[in-house]
Design a protein. Structure first.
Length: 295
């Protein structure tokens, strides 16, 4: 299937036009079918009230309505088929792909994905695979819309909270591909959360969930006034064991072990898709161990 190199505005306009014309065919078919069922219901009520049998005239009318109903159903199927062909011809992709690209373009989502991807070019292959899986698009469409086109850094359109949360989670998952979240990626992600107008609770949720995957951790995650030597080693020994470090490990060693374990067990890593619950439990233990040791 050849891909049409349409501008974003042209794509949106053609998509809307295709569905606007398609809606007219659906409306006619809907009128035919709804009229048929309405007639049957009314006749059924009248017959039940009068307790009379069907005469030949009624049977003829019923036959005509059945034919109209069949025509309506065929009309709907024909509309579906024609729409899909027109989408492939005009937009160069199948219907599901077109719906996803339209959503991304009309809500100014792609610039955010693109900015994250540009910060870590070495992770492109993994990021491409995620984008293909999420939006059911192929390599050529991914490269065209997410890596080759240039976008202004527009604000995200006014979408509901669940959509914003879904987009934010995908941005974090793109950032953690390969080796975790670097400082510039983390700063961009924090900026995105503010641009999306998340409240404090949502921001803390993302920090807590994805913070362990940072290559460098926030200074406020550590308490420099507290020494691990002041803790009873017997009490802390199980927590050191979870992290796989010695009881005399430095803060840097603990931080490195924490990050490496997060890269193995974080539930949002693609390799852990089949063991999400197990990964969440493991991350809870790892987080608890770090908090106990540092506090």
């Amino acid at each position: 299937m050849s891909k049409k190199k349409l501008s974003d505005k042209a794509f949106i306009a053609k998509y809307k036009d295709i569905y606007a014309n398609d809606a007219q065919g659906y409306f006619i078919a809907f009128l035919i079918i709804s009229g048929y069922f309405t007639f049957i219901i009314i006749v059924g009520i009248l017959i039940s009230l009068s307790n009379r049998k069907f005469d030949d005239g009624f049977l003829i009318i019923l036959g005509v309505l059945l034919i109209l109903n069949a025509i309506g159903i065929c009309g709907i199927k024909l509309c579906d088929k024609l729409r899909k062909k027109k989408i492939e011809k005009e937009l160069g992709m199948n219907e599901e792909q077109a719906q996803n690209i339209y959503f991304l373009l009309s809500n100014n989502v792609i610039p955010w994905f693109q900015r994250i991807c540009m910060l870590n070019p070495s992770a492109k292959s993994g990021q491409v695979e995620l984008l293909k899986e999420w939006f059911k698009i192929d390599d050529e469409i991914v490269n065209d819309y997410f890596f080759e086109r240039e976008y202004a850094q527009n604000e995200l359109n006014d979408v509901n909270l669940s959509v914003k949360k879904n987009i934010a989670e995908k941005l974090f998952k793109l950032a953690i591909v390969e080796d975790g979240i670097h400082n510039d990626e983390w700063e961009l992600l924090m900026s995105a959360l503010k641009e999306f107008e998340f409240n404090k609770n949502y921001i803390e949720y993302f920090k807590k969930r994805y913070g362990p995957l940072r290559t460098e951790f926030d200074d406020d995650r550590r308490n420099d006034n507290t020494s691990t030597e002041e803790r009873a080693k017997l009490y802390l020994r199980p927590y050191y064991a979870i992290l796989g470090v010695d009881e005399n490990a430095s803060d840097e060693e603990i931080k490195r072990a924490y990050h490496n374990l997060a890269l193995q067990h974080h539930p949002d890593l693609p390799k852990n898709a089949s063991r999400v619950k197990e990964s969440e439990q493991m991350m809870a233990k790892i987080n608890e161990a770090v908090e106990k040791i540092r506090n």
